[in-house]
Design a protein around this ligand. Structure first.
Ligand code: ACO
Length: 378
């Protein structure tokens, strides 16, 4: 059956889904029909994860059970900690996370993905354990001891505690939690699709999430948040913004944290992240990077708005995490911790009506070539 080839599968539907929806023209993002503006103002990351996974807001009792289940599964086996200790300190945290998540599956070998009970516990374990792995690698690589999770702390509070070994400021926890909500899901993006391809073979959910982590790492996707900070540091001063951006565009290099396949307006997540950044700076003092970012956005819009290229989710998230004292190369792992909720929601949805992904290609090579023996080749 011949089809038009769509580079990057742009505009090609890969699934039917009820999990989230983006309107790229109006800048609206909804999770299960609820706008992200409302969720970041009123919900928590774990409640939003429940909404994504099970298609309803939990009752008080359901939320207590889910929160309790996640809290009880935060610990990781000492062998996973030992494995993390054996990884090179200068290695990228996303590689450590991918390796540790793949290894997790070896400890929980329930291979059938058709059992709803088993699938529930796999989703709980993954959402619970990813932050522990991220914090463990961040500490161990700088020579500090691994800090065990506290099951009496809220989700974000516990993560920030495991990173610093100090009980974090409640306002910082609330802002961080809202960031996790914003990163939890985003329709059929590259990492979700990658996870679903793996899931379509009926691979276990640890392998599904490990695949998705690999796809998220790249600088055109989740890795852009780290690149944004590198770009702002390279720009250095407000006066240097215009010449830097013009040189980049002249060299046909993308501005990191700008542009999106779907959004043709400013990403609504970037709008909320900017508000969260302002709230954080009012509370903890301004970051010099924020003024630089605002000027970068202003000049970039002048240079790029004709192409409808605007800031995306990655543009302001790094500035928020940086102001919280989180190392730059850990930003994408935090994205993964949050996006695990979306990946797992898509996985559960696909398991209800799975079909192996096996797309087609347009073959442009030769046919009927003869095999030339090695001694006759030029
Ligand atoms: N900087 C400069 N120009 C850009 C940018 C950018 N960041 N993004 C798009 N454009 C321009 C392109 O050069 C192209 O111009 P042309 O028509 O004159 O050739 C036009 O806008 C269309 O861009 P495409 O590359 O065709 O758009 P596509 O949908 O393939 O790319 C992508 C989307 C990869 C995200 C791109 O915008 C990009 O590279 N951005 C920078 C990396 C980034 O921030 N990634 C994070 C995305 S959000 C996320 O994944 C979580």
């Amino acid at each position: 059956m011949p089809h038009d080839f769509m580079p990057g599968l742009a505009g090609v539907p890969a699934a039917r889904s009820t999990i989230s929806d983006v309107n790229g023209e109006t800048g609206v993002l909804e999770y299960r029909g609820i706008r992200i503006e409302e969720l970041t103002a009123k919900s928590t990351f774990l409640e939003t994860a429940y909404l994504l996974l099970f298609n309803c807001l939990p009752t008080r009792l359901e939320l207590e059970k889910f929160t309790g289940d996640v809290a009880l599964h935060r610990r990781i086996k000492f062998k996973i900690v030992d494995m993390i200790k054996s990884l090179p300190e200068q290695g990228h945290p996303m590689d450590a996370l991918q390796a540790a998540v793949a290894a997790l599956g070896m400890f929980y070998p329930g291979r059938t993905v058709q059992d709803p009970e088993n699938n529930y516990w796999s989703a709980v374990r993954l959402i619970a354990k990813l932050p522990t792995i991220v914090a463990a690698f961040a500490r161990i690589r700088r020579g500090d001891e691994y800090v065990a999770p506290r099951d009496d702390f809220e989700f974000s509070e516990n993560f920030l505690y495991m990173l610093s070994e100090r009980r974090p400021d409640p306002i910082v926890c609330q802002i961080f939690d809202a960031c996790l909500i914003l990163h939890a899901e985003h329709t059929m993006n590259a990492s979700t699709f990658c996870g679903l391809i793996t899931a379509s073979t009926l691979a276990d959910p640890y392998t599904v999430v490990a695949s998705a982590i690999g796809a998220l790492k790249g600088p055109l996707h989740g890795g852009a948040n780290e690149e944004v900070l590198a770009m702002l540091r390279e720009i250095g001063t407000i006066q240097g913004v215009r010449s830097y951006l013009e040189a980049k565009l002249k060299a046909k290099q993308p501005l990191m944290g700008f542009g999106h396949r779907v959004y043709k307006v400013k990403d609504p997540r970037a709008v909320i992240l900017q508000q969260l950044a302002q709230k954080l700076f009012t509370h903890c003092g301004k970051s010099p990077l924020y003024a630089l970012a605002e000027e970068t956005e202003r000049v970039a819009l002048e240079l790029l708005s004709q192409k409808r290229v605007y800031p995306n989710v990655d543009f302001y998230s790094g500035i928020v995490y940086d102001a919280m004292g989180i190392p730059t190369d850990t930003f994408t792992s935090i994205f993964a911790m949050a996006r695990a909720a979306g990946w797992l929601a898509h996985w559960l949805e696909q398991m209800k009506e799975n079909k192996l992904y096996r797309p087609d290609q347009i073959y442009e090579g030769e046919h009927n070539r003869s095999y030339l023996p090695l001694d006759q080749r030029q």
